[in-house]
Design a protein around this ligand. Sequence first.
Ligand SMILES: Nc1ncnc2c1ncn2[C@@H]1O[C@H](COP(=O)(O)OP(=O)(O)O)[C@@H](O)[C@H]1O
Ligand SMILES: [Mg+2]
Length: 498
Amino acid sequence: MSLEELLATRLLVQGNSGSGKSHLLRRLIEQSAQAVQQVVIDPEGDFANLAQVFGHIVIDAGAQSENGMRLIASRARQMRVSVVVNLEHLDTERQMRHAGAFLNGLFDTDRQYWTPVLVVVDEAQLFAPAVAGEVADDARKASLEAMTNLMCRGRKRGLAGIIATQRLAKLAKNVAAEASNFLMGRTFLDIDMQRAADLLGIDRRQAEVFRDLERGRFVGLGPALSRRSVTIRIGDVQTRSHAGGAQLMPLPERTPEEARGLLFKANAPPPAPYVPEKGLDTEALLATIEHSHPAPIPQPIPAVRTEEPPLPAPAPTPVPAPTQASPQPETDRGMGIDDVLDQLFSESSALGRSVASLYDDFQARCRALRLPGRVLDLAHFRRRLILAQAGVTPAIAALPGWEQAVGIANGLEEQFQGIYLHLAAAAAQSLPCPTDQMITQAFGSHSPRRALAALARMQQLGIIEIYEELSGERVIVLPALQWRTAPGHANDVLAWSG
Ligand SMILES: Nc1ncnc2c1ncn2[C@@H]1O[C@H](COP(=O)(O)OP(=O)(O)O)[C@@H](O)[C@H]1O
Ligand SMILES: [Mg+2]
């Protein structure tokens, strides 16, 4: 598919539920994520996990006003930030109003910001219905007008509509008609097949082929695809839809009393999500029986290890103040080792660099300032780095119980220490659970994927417990400390905006 051509000529995807449209959109988004700014209008919250790999910012529309949606849209446009607009927490009518407001915000941006954007709308018939439904007339008009603007007048403004629908007959005609590229998937109803045939300019009888298409296969036509209709198989994707196919899983075993308590007790602890056990093949199963030994008892949080230097309190520094000892260079009078550390760790380029290379950098800076950098050995330097990444300030270190938190962190694998202290800091101050982004920073990385993998590992090891509130917010419990964070959104757009 030619992306440049697509930007000029737009795309319509049609196929029954389960034909693979959302998968197709995901493939398209993933493959072009590095090349063009993207806006995904996501009625089902299917695409939020693009954020973890491709860095899209997820906008929880349920937490925004219409005006907020408009403002965020124009900022996203100006700053060229790729976003996923998650509408899953809204009812149909508010989905229409919020999506309409967002699209209008994109559309109404000043001319100087008219750079190319792929605007992907899944289930487009929700936003541009062919006939009036049960929603209020003004809501329907607002979103229909925004969709019409997107598809009919968006091109000049750099907006390229990519829309998918399960029922062509349910999609407003003028919205469908503006796309010059089509991908038609499995379709059963005659009325939809006929409209597809009309759009593709083929004989209505030929449209019968759409009936037999397998999931993930589409007939494509259009300037960005091919001049003659071709059958296309959609390839793999890197991120997964959490929608997925329905899978059978055994129900958890509990007595009626336990079940009753879970439903009716006011302050029952939130249960951990049910994870079905992995099935074993026969040989593996036999092997476990032969060498059967009691299940490992969950490790108590180990005591402080002595061979590693303990985490020092962030201030005062363990380093003797060098200012009196050595003459200071003229330019940086008053810079101490602490200041060098602060400066180095606060640079955004510090994230993701190896400790060794940061340490070299630190030594070089100390030499330049004639500071005795060597008094801070690599192990202590490493500790200071973890504290800095975890955002532990002297004020936090003075909070009650903090020493215990540090003691527990010291006993953990080093890769978990930053996250643990960051969570402990949030819990100690009764702050909302840190966002994925903050956790990534505390992990000392640029990769949310790796940070979240570490978080999951910590959960497996029983170092933390992660709960989701009914609101979708996350709570993390630190069992050894008996501390917990307040609920917070994992992808908080406000946290992002600073
Ligand atoms: N090309 C494909 N390759 C592999 N799996 C696919 C493909 N297309 C769809 N699927 C899977 O089929 C299921 C339904 O696809 P989905 O894209 O959600 O359908 P739709 O959006 O049309 O209802 C999903 O679990 C999806 O992962
Ligand atoms: Mg879908």
